[in-house]
Design a binder for this molecule. Structure first.
Ligand SMILES: [Cu+2]
Length: 395
């Protein structure tokens, strides 16, 4: 009877599930689980054995009235040698097994595709080998979570760096966790199993405009959570991501599609904001770690020193590359990380274009948009309702 129950539990993998989050999705993860379970049962067996012996002897040699306490032997050499050498052999075995597993985890195979992963307060981003940056995201709860497409059955090596404080890259399904530091690289690799086929991207018609959707039309995928496992401030617990594993050919098509994917500069700027700036800057006037971007463009901002500065291209650029140069009044002590080396000039320009669309002064002095000189839109001294956006700008 109890045999049957034990067998049923083992069949359902209850023992693993009680300790481990979800089935392992890489070979390395399976090795980790088997090592972990082996260690676990090793400890259980020794614990039960030692406790049982102790209880047995406590009862057997308990004090009884009228009996003289027996004298214990001074020592027993064969016994002492045995209880030293046998556990040592087990420990040596555990060390080598663990060491081997660790080396396997940390050293990427030579044929791995390399990507750069950046951690920052409070988001993840990946630069793919063809120069494309992780653009996809999905809304979960109140937040946009980045989605990183990855090829199945192909080794991927991540070169990792933090832009500000320490973060830790943690993917429970892959059983990997690695710290990211500022000013220093670390690395990690994985080779995800093929998606189980239960989830598929929606099929889009061939004449659909969206290249990315077309590249992924009908393709199966499997998602794995990615978390930050190093307490890094306010929104640490929301610093999550999704690793979406798709077959390698679909991954390559997707990579080409995002590389060629275009948008207006303002749309690209909005995507950058969503991924890298929205954890601290709102665009609707709401409060956050940093100042909102609503209606800052074309207005003067007061600095900590009391100085007023007009928010224009050069001020925004400086704020992105060298945030400590001018600190906005009321935001002392909240350090914005520098994006020098993270955003290139084109991307900074795109962010500027996006910030313009958020202001009632948006198109002022913009030669490409003569509407900016229109008395209705943002000429000083004329009325513009807050939040009203110039009609010729993407929103
Ligand atoms: Cu973090």
């Amino acid at each position: 009877m109890s045999d049957r129950i034990l067998f049923m539990l083992a069949e359902q993998d209850v023992f693993s599930k009680a300790w481990l989050r979800a089935p392992a999705s890489t070979d390395v993860a399976r090795d980790t689980d088997s090592m972990f379970m082996w260690l676990w049962w090793f400890c259980v067996v020794w614990f039960v054995f030692l406790m049982a012996l102790m209880v047995y002897w406590v009862i057997k040699y308990r004090r009884r009235p009228g009996t003289v306490a027996p004298k214990s032997a001074s020592h027993n050499t064969p016994l002492e040698v045995a209880w030293t050498i046998i556990p040592t052999l087990f420990l040596v075995y555990i060390f080598f097994r663990g060491f081997h597993g660790w080396i396997e985890k940390i050293v990427a195979p030579g044929d791995a595709i390399e990507m750069n992963l950046t951690g920052a307060r409070w988001y993840w981003s990946i630069d793919y080998p063809n120069g494309a940056q992780s653009p996809a995201s999905t809304r979960i709860g109140a937040k946009d979570i980045p989605v990183f497409y990855m090829p199945a059955e192909r080794s991927v090596k991540l070169r990792m760096q933090s832009q500000d404080v320490m973060h830790a890259f943690y993917v429970p399904d892959f059983r990997i966790k690695q710290d990211l530091w500022p000013n220093r690289y670390s690395q990690m690799w994985f080779k995800a199993h093929a998606p189980d086929g239960t989830l598929k991207h929606p099929v889009v018609s061939n004449d659909a405009k969206d290249e990315v959707a077309k590249a992924l039309s009908g393709v199966p995928y499997e998602d794995h959570w990615l978390f930050c496992a190093e307490y890094c401030g306010d929104e640490h617990s929301e610093m999550a991501g999704i690793i979406r594993v798709v077959p390698e050919d679909a991954f390559n098509r997707w990579l080409d599609a995002i590389k060629n994917g275009t948008g207006t500069p303002a749309e690209i700027g909005q995507a950058i904001w969503k991924l890298r700036c929205s954890s601290c800057h709102t665009v609707d006037g709401g409060k956050n770690t940093g100042p909102t971007w609503k209606n800052i463009w074309g207005h003067e901002a007061q600095m900590m020193t009391g100085k007023m500065i007009m928010v224009d291209e050069n001020y925004v650029r400086e704020s992105i590359l060298n945030p400590q140069a001018q600190i906005v009044m009321g935001f002392q002590g909240q350090n914005m990380p520098s994006f020098a080396g993270v955003l290139n000039d084109k991307q900074i320009t795109a962010v500027i274009e996006y910030i313009k669309t958020l202001s009632d002064m948006g198109t002022l002095g913009d030669p490409a948009h003569p509407a900016g000189m229109d008395a209705k839109v943002g000429t000083p001294g004329t009325e513009t309702k807050p939040g009203e956006k110039p009609a010729d700008k993407p929103q």
